[in-house]
Design a protein around this ligand. Structure first.
Ligand SMILES: O=c1ccn([C@@H]2O[C@H](COP(=O)(O)O)[C@@H](O)[C@H]2O)c(=O)[nH]1
Length: 298
């Protein structure tokens, strides 16, 4: 993408995401360069190995997935040189016209949150992504600087609501003023998306693990999640044990908003680019089948 095109004001994130999902299906594939995957791919555990891994992943997934989610931690662990590779991953996806969701799970007091927002959501930030993950556990209101900047620059923010790990429930299912913490976050996100045009995703998404379908049912949250209009990043497929079928069974009315997300289960098909694309395609077909069933039953 040329500099001229890059300066163009982006359409709202929710609209761009909807178009990408229509084109490629809803699957979000992760770029998580685990030490074990570098070894499996025959790459050295070094910045050079990280770069090769990242270049192969961008080649495989760019232009093939609706949205690609690099996990910042696996780049940060190599220090400044690793972060430089992450910048190049984000630039590579941009050049290929593929949406990026940087998984950084930021959250802090408002004034510091504003600086995090500038780091990832500004048009001229070297680490800019189309969307980032954020943590609401310093209070939902503390995330306002990220929502504001994302809105101004056509970007998105995914708020942790019901995470895929078993430890999350202790905090997220806690009850306060007769509602669960997750329930309150879901309603705050719904308010943030209140002005989204009908029939589109809102610009504020949520993280709701593919593993938590049973909890959604038990806590009676499916309808409230569906009302939020939030695109739902649903990690947990494959390596964490969840299946596309679990989403179909557990998410009820909210299933239509789900972006099933997986990293290791697809990356373990590498380093061959065609094999990575094939692994992605298999998950995309399963997710598309689920989508057709949901649309048929709606
Ligand atoms: O609740 C959450 C939030 C984020 N993640 C992230 O997604 C990927 C999952 O990787 P797999 O290899 O498919 O297990 C990883 O980057 C996590 O940090 C999550 O799993 N759960």
């Amino acid at each position: 993408m040329g500099a001229e095109q890059e300066r163009k004001v982006l359409d709202p994130f929710g609209i761009r995401l909807g178009e990408a999902v229509d084109q490629h299906g809803p699957v979000c594939v992760g770029i998580d360069p685990h030490a074990s995957l570098l070894a499996e791919w025959g790459l050295p555990h070094s910045v050079k190995g990280l770069r090769q891994f990242a270049e192969i992943a961008v080649e495989a997934f760019g232009g093939a997935a609706a949205i690609v989610k690099p996990q910042s931690a696996f780049f940060e662990r190599f220090g400044a040189a690793g972060v430089e590779v992450l910048e190049d991953v984000l630039a590579g996806l941009r050049e290929m016209g593929t949406l990026s969701l940087l998984d950084v799970k930021r959250g802090d007091i408002g004034s510091t949150m504003a600086a995090y927002a500038q780091a990832y959501l500004c048009d001229d930030s070297p680490l800019r992504a189309d969307a980032i993950t954020v943590s609401p556990f310093l209070g939902f209101g503390s995330l306002a600087p990220a929502f504001d900047l994302a809105k101004r620059t056509g970007r998105g923010v995914f708020v942790l609501a019901m995470t895929s790990n078993p430890e999350g429930a202790r905090v997220q299912h806690a009850v306060w003023e007769q509602d669960t913490v997750s329930g309150a976050i879901i309603d705050d996100v719904a308010d943030a998306n209140a002005l989204a045009p009908a029939g589109t995703f809102g610009d504020v998404g949520m993280v709701v693990g593919a593993t938590v379908g049973k909890d959604i049912a038990e806590l009676g949250l499916a309808e409230r999640i569906a009302q939020s209009r939030a695109p739902l990043l649903a990690p947990g497929l494959g390596a964490q044990g969840a299946t596309i079928g679990d989403i179909g069974r557990g998410f009820g009315a909210a299933a239509a908003l789900v972006l099933p997300a997986t990293s290791r289960a697809i990356l373990s098909a590498g380093p061959d680019v065609a094999a990575l694309r094939e692994a992605l395609h298999t998950v995309q077909q399963e997710a598309s089948t689920l989508r057709s069933v949901i649309e048929r039953d709606a």
